[in-house]
Ligand binder design. Structure first.
Ligand code: PLP
Length: 399
């Protein structure tokens, strides 16, 4: 059989089994940590939560950290702590997972989308400037693929207008911006511990901050808005007395999850190095392919490489992204697309957001493909992806 014949056209796929785009790394040490917690006194609200929070706070160089049941819950809490309310506008990027914008809606705010920088695909500070109004309360920047956003520019825009900066660092745990770790650059930074992210707790999230006021609000929000702190109670009564002072949620992480997270933290540097090494190999392998644009990196940032995204140069190809995507899937390469611009989702369209709002995001969305990338990926897996991409791209290439 012709080995160049695409699996899409009935040829033999590059791989016999499907390769996922991302997945967790769990080893015996992680499993033991979880088992030990199961045998302990606390399954939730116990000491492991504090240990995990401390480990992440120290790693990113932040004073405070608060765990949550998911990254999305953590974003919701950050919007609460930032005091975002009805009619407040919050500027964010459309090139993200819906949660970065949904959290604004949860608290009654209005998401305002700024377009992206066509080189990094991160939110463009220039575009943010055009969206600032009297009602702008916060900016939620996303460190897309793990490359930190333009924090100096974003923070200087915010400082001049009393705006709060929230970083969605779901992709960027372990990344650095001008030698500073993501986690203390913004007023609050969110991390996610979903299994495709750098470290996992199954589901889980965290906010890191240096601001004590935010820290206390985050704690309150995580636990029903209830406090038992004698200094914060409106009256000092019986020892059993507690007060619900705000409308909070049960957004707690369990100690079982925190034990997993704590154990995973020991391997974080290795995980980031592994991802980075794999990404460099992709870069090198695709260097000579005119039809592929590899990820642009700013020289003063060190990406944690959550995602490796290639962009299709349609001028060099006889087809579009969609067919290439299908051809790669047929080769058993688990490609993905990150992301459908948030405001194009039917829910946002119903809210009144119009197509063509962010032309760069929409154009780039139509040209991108996410390749598999995760710390547990073997050299063999990586070679399969490279072989698959080269096979498909050379088939559709035009001179
Ligand atoms: C994963 C992710 C989230 C949400 O995190 P969960 O833990 O899944 O709730 C938010 N923003 C971005 C950019 C993400 O990738």
């Amino acid at each position: 059989m012709d080995k160049n014949k695409l699996a899409l056209h009935g040829g033999k796929p590059v791989r016999d089994t499907f390769l996922a785009y991302g997945r967790q790394w769990i080893d015996d040490e992680d499993i033991e940590a979880v088992i030990n917690t199961l045998k302990s006194d606390y399954l939730t609200t116990g000491p492991t939560i504090l240990q995990f929070e401390k480990a992440v706070a120290e790693f990113v160089g932040a004073k405070y950290a608060v765990t949550f049941s998911s990254g999305t819950a953590a974003l919701h809490a950050a919007c609460f702590a930032a005091g975002i309310k009805e009619k407040d506008q919050v500027i964010t990027t459309p090139m993200t997972f819906a949660a970065s914008s949904n959290c604004i809606l949860y608290v009654g705010g209005q998401p305002v989308f700024a377009d992206i920088d066509p080189r990094t695909y991160n939110i463009s500070p220039k575009s943010i400037l055009t969206q600032i109004t009297e009602k702008t309360k916060a900016i939620i920047a996303v460190d897309f693929t793990g490359q930190p956003a333009d924090y100096d520019e974003i923070i200087s825009i915010a400082r001049n207008s009393g705006i709060i900066v929230i970083a969605d660092g779901a992709h960027s745990l372990g990344a650095t911006y001008k030698d500073e770790k993501v986690g203390s650059l913004a007023d609050m930074t969110m991390f996610s511990f979903h299994p495709v992210k750098h470290i996992t707790t199954g589901e889980g999230g965290m906010i890191t901050t240096n601001n004590e006021n935010y820290y206390e609000k985050l704690l309150l929000f995580r636990g029903h808005g209830i406090t038992r702190d004698p200094q914060k109670l409106s009256k000092n009564n019986e020892p059993w007395y507690y007060e619900m002072q705000d409308l909070g949620y049960n957004y707690r992480m369990t100690d079982i999850q925190a034990a997993l997270g704590l154990s995973q933290m020991k391997k974080l540097n290795t995980f980031v190095e592994k991802r980075r090494g794999l990404a460099m190999k992709y870069n090198k392998a695709f260097e000579e392919l005119d039809a592929i644009i590899t990820p642009f990196q700013q020289h003063d940032r060190y990406s944690s490489w959550h995602l490796y995204i290639i962009r299709i140069n349609s001028k060099k190809l006889s087809t579009n992204r969609n067919e290439i995507f299908g051809a790669l899937q047929a080769e058993n390469i688990g490609v993905n697309v990150h992301y459908i611009p948030v405001y194009l989702h039917p829910y946002y369209q119903k809210l009144g957001y119009k197509k063509h709002l962010c032309p760069n995001a929409e154009r780039i969305y139509s040209e991108i493909i996410t390749l598999p990338l995760y710390s547990k990926m073997s050299e063999r897996d990586l070679d399969d992806v490279i072989t698959g991409v080269k096979k498909v791209i050379s088939y559709y290439s035009i001179e």
